[in-house]
Design a protein around this ligand. Structure first.
Ligand code: MLT
Length: 314
């Protein structure tokens, strides 16, 4: 039964099934377009909030959220929430960790193929009236080495799919047991330098933390094979964008495919408009299926948190 005393805000676009579930329990407001500072000003009126990655729930924002008891993050990462500040205020932060891993892995493969075969550039040229066949000749994936930095759920799904294209996979992740690499037929790198030394393509699937920020920087690029291609469908700040631009300029890096950026939304960048850089606007988790699953699972967590049920916290 709906309790109109409990107010929940859906602050970003999530699937209808999640919104419907919340409506069965609470008084729900759906509002997805926010001016600067507006969310912070309104959050104080709510007991629960559902977000994706655009809302930044910093300590300052949470300071004013005096009634807030639960934050549901419709997705994997919780780096846009100051979890320690929320916990200090007694606010439960819950995510939907399995909801979009397949979708993210599939987008990585989409970008891998697009990068190898110049699909977006060739499409743009042809619809602009240019039949540039020789300009957009690409490279095969078969027998190339894919380096995976971060061999968690998404990294492993990417590896499995890349093996389907005949790629050799070498992965770095000290938190994954050696058995898992063996089971998957993936070479275990002891350090990320071991990945840089052999990879033709590198895809990064690390969470964004103070330790991982700037993981791929000038020093890392210098250790890579000449002509390496870089993919990022995880978080923008994992790559030092200026260093990537320099490595593209020098030819050390032959191409990049990026779904995420240092700040988002990002509409102007020295990385844009280059023939060898493929970009998408943070679409890694954006499929009908994942949006629905993530919204529903995050909504379930918010319901549990606000009705005294068990929550799997982030
Ligand atoms: C995630 O962390 O799962 C995604 O970045 C979610 C999103 O697209 O908002």
């Amino acid at each position: 039964m709906t309790n109109p005393e409990i107010k929940v805000l859906v602050a970003e676009k999530i699937g209808d099934s999640g919104v419907d579930l919340l409506k069965q329990h609470f008084d729900v407001t759906v509002k997805t377009d926010w001016a600067d500072g507006e969310l912070a000003a309104e959050l104080g009126g709510y007991d629960g909030v559902l977000i994706r990655s655009a809302s930044k729930l910093t300590a300052d924002v949470l300071e004013g959220a005096t009634n807030l008891k639960a934050i549901g993050r419709a997705g994997v990462g919780v780096d846009n929430v100051d979890v320690p500040a929320a916990t200090k205020r007694g606010i439960v932060v819950a995510n939907a960790p399995q909801s979009n891993v397949v979708t993210a892995a599939e987008h990585t493969l989409a970008l891998l193929l697009a990068l190898a075969r110049n699909v977006p550039q060739a499409h743009a040229a042809l619809v602009a009236g240019r039949w540039d066949r020789s300009k957009y000749s690409g490279v095969e994936l078969m027998d190339k080495t894919l380096g995976v930095l971060g061999f968690g759920r998404i990294g492993q799904l990417v590896a499995e799919r890349a093996q389907g294209f005949g790629m050799k996979v070498v992965a770095y992740d000290p938190y994954v047991a050696a058995d898992r690499y063996r089971e998957m037929g993936v070479e275990k790198a002891e350090t990320s330098d071991d990945v840089y030394a052999v990879a033709d393509f590198i895809t990064i699937h690390l969470p964004k933390t103070p330790e991982t920020e700037g993981w791929l920087n000038a020093e890392a690029f210098a250790k890579c094979k000449d002509g390496v291609r870089i993919l990022n469908v995880a978080r923008g700040p994992l790559i030092v964008e200026e260093d990537l631009v320099a490595a593209l300029d020098s030819g050390k890096v032959a191409g990049a495919a990026l779904d995420v950026f240092r700040t988002e939304p990002m509409t102007e960048s020295p990385l844009f408009g280059r023939e060898n850089v493929v970009v998408t606007p943070h679409l890694g988790a954006s499929t009908a299926e994942a949006t629905d699953r993530a919204g529903f699972q995050a909504a379930e967590q918010v319901v549990a948190a606000l009705t005294g049920g068990a929550v799997t916290t982030a």
